[in-house]
Design a binder for this molecule. Sequence first.
Ligand code: ADP
Ligand code: MG
Length: 701
Amino acid sequence: MGRLSTLFAPERVAVVGATDSEGSVGRAVTANLLDSYTGEIVAINPNKDTVLGLTCYDGFDAVDRPATIDVAVVVVPPTVAVDVIADAGEAGIENVVVITAGFGETGSDGAERERRLREVAREYDLNLVGPNSLGVMSTPVGLNATFGNEMASEGDISFMSQSGAFITAVLDWAAERDVGFKDIVSLGNKAVLDEGDFVAEWGDDPETDVILGYLEDINDGTKFVETAREVTQETPIVLVKSGRTDAGASAAASHTGAMAGSERAYEAGLDKAGTLRVESVQELFDYAQILSGQPLPDGDEIAIVTNAGGPGVMTTDAVGDSDLTLADFGDETFERLREEMPDEANIYNPVDIIGDAPAERFERALEIVLADDNVSMAAVVACPTAVLSFEDLAECVASAQERFGTPVAATLMGGKSVGAGAAVLGEAGIPNYFDPARAVGSLDALRRYREIQSTTYEEPTTFDVDRERAREILESAARRDSNRLGVEAMDLLDAYGIPTPQGSVVSSPTEAEAVAEDIGGDVVMKIVSPDILHKSDIGGVEVGVSVEDVRDTYEDLVVRARNYQQDATILGVQVQETIDLDSGVETILGVNRDPQFGPLVLFGLGGIFVEVLEDTTVRVAPVSESEASGMLDDIDSAPLLRGARGRDPVDEGALVETVQRLSQLVTDFPAIVELDINPLVATPDGVQAVDLRLTLDQEEL
Ligand code: ADP
Ligand code: MG
C-alpha cells in the first residue's frame, strides 16, 4: 500500500471543530463518524466539554499521545484553519482533511490563505486533502469523514471527485443500485494532494479494482500521465472531465495554437495516460460496473443472442457504431444451432431464437456461441414474453457466463418485470440495461481497456541532430528582439533533419535573381516579415515565377506588404524551389504548448484552408514512433496519403519520422511556444517543409 494508506485506514481520527450545534458541518462530520467508523474518534473544540457523547479536548496538546492520531479532519472557521493545521503538524499528525472552505475559491484573501496552507503542509510534510472538501470515506473501516448524508456501501470502486456535491448525488444514486465503493475522496481545491496522488495510491491498493474520477482540471498533466500510465496496466481508470470550453484558443498566433487548445490537450493527455475517458456520468458507472464485474475479452468479436428481431437490429447498429465487430461463427457453431434451435430461428449473428424462447433456449444458444473460438464476448437481448421468466433467464445467463469466463452484458428490455432478473445478474457481476447500445458500449469499454493494457510503453526515438545550430538560430532571432519567426528560420528545421526546399532569404532584386538562377526553373517568392502572419492572404506568395520576372516580383511583393501595413518590418524576400504539389499532399505539422500537459504535436491536412477543414489530430510530446504513425491513421484524409484515386501513396515513413523529429525539437527547446510547418508537403519521394512560423518565449532560451 502507498503513502496514503493510513489516510484511508486510520485507527484514530480527530475532528477539529467538533460540535453538536444543529445544522453545522462540524456536527454532521462527527455524527457520520460515530455512525459507522470502527476506530477511535477524538473530538477537539476548546469551547465544548462533550460533543454527541464524546469527551471534547481543547487542542492536540490535551490529547493523550496525539501523534497516534492518523487523520485530523478540520472543520474550524477559515480564519483559524491554517493555525490548527500547523498544530496538527507540530503534534506529529501526517494526514489532514480540510473541510473548511474560504480558501482559493473565494478571492484574494482566500488565495493568500491557501498559499499559507501549502507552506504549512510543506513544512510538516502533510498529506493534505482539500481545502473546501466534502471529506473522505473508506468502507472497510466504516470511515465516513464527510458532511454528506449517505455512507457508501462496500465495493471495489475507488472514486475521486472535484465536486463534493457530485459525490453526494452519486451516493444517493448508488444506494438504489448494486454499486459499492472502497475509498471516496472529495478533492476540494487540491492545494496539496491531487488526482495524481490518489491514482498512485489506488494503483497500489489490492482492494481497489476500478478507479473513477470526476475532474474539472488536472493540476500537473505531466505527472498525471506518468503515474496513470503505470497504474492503468493493473487497474482501469475511468474519468469524466468536465469544462470543455476553450477560452485560450482565440489568442493563438498559429494555426496549431488555434486548433490545439486545452480541450484537445486533455483529450491527448488523458489518452496518453491510458485512461478511459467518458462523456457522461451514466457511462462513468456503466464502465465501472462492467470493469469490476466482468473479465476482459480476448478479442473484439461479439455474439448477440435475442428473442426479438427489432432489438437485435438495434444491437447490431450499436456494434456498428463501436469498435467491436460481429463475430463470424465457425461451422460447428452453425451445425449445433441448426440442430438445437427451432427451424424459424436465425442462426446467423445476431442469433434470433424467436419469440417463444424460454430461458433454457437462451441458455443453450448462449452456450453454443460462447463455445466458439471466434466469439470474445456476448450480449443477451430479451423482450418480455408470456413464456419467458426474466429471473430464470438471468440465472441461465449467469451460469453460462461463469462456465465460459467470457464477458457478457444483458439487455432485459422492460420495466416492472425486470427487477428480480436484474438483481440476479447484478449479483453475478453482469450489467443489465434497457438500451442495447449501453450494453454494447460497456462491452466496448472492456475491449478498449484490454487494448490499453496490452500497449507497452515505447521510448521516443532520439535522432542525431544539430542542437547547437538550432540554438544559434533561435538566439539570433532573440537578438533581433523578435518573438515571431518565419521562413527566415528555415535552417532550424534543417538542423533537426527536417527536409526543406532549396532557397534563401534575400534583401535585393539582384540577389533574388542570383538565387533563382542557381535554383533553375520557375521559383516561388514570398515576402518575409514578422508582421505578416498569413503571407498569401495579402498577395505575399508568388508561385511559378520565371527568372526574367524575379526582379519585378521582388518589388511587387514589397509594395503589397507596404500596402498592407505601412510600417511593417520587412526582412526580405524568400526565393524558393518549386515543389510539385500535384503529386503530393499538403499536410500541417505543428506544436502548441499547454499549461498542464506541455508541448502538443498536431498533424493533419494542411494548406491555406487548414482551419476551415480542421482535419487534425493531437498528441502530447514526446511522441514515439507508434504514436506518430497512429497520427497518420487518425485523420479523416488518411486515404489521401495512401494514394486515393490512383495516385501514388506518399512516403509515410518520412512523414512519421518528421513528426518525431519535430517532437524532439520542441522537447529540446521549451522556448518554442508555438510552431507551424504549413504546408509540409508529403510526396511519394519524401517530405518538404515549405513554410514555417513560430513564436518564441525568450526567457526560456
Ligand atoms: P502562407 O501560409 O503564409 O500563406 P506559404 O508559404 O504556406 O505561405 O504558401 C502558401 C501556399 O503556396 C502553400 O500552401 C502552397 O500551396 C503554395 N506554396 C508555397 N511555397 C511553395 C513551393 N515552394 N512550391 C510549391 N507551392 C508552394
Ligand atoms: Mg503556410
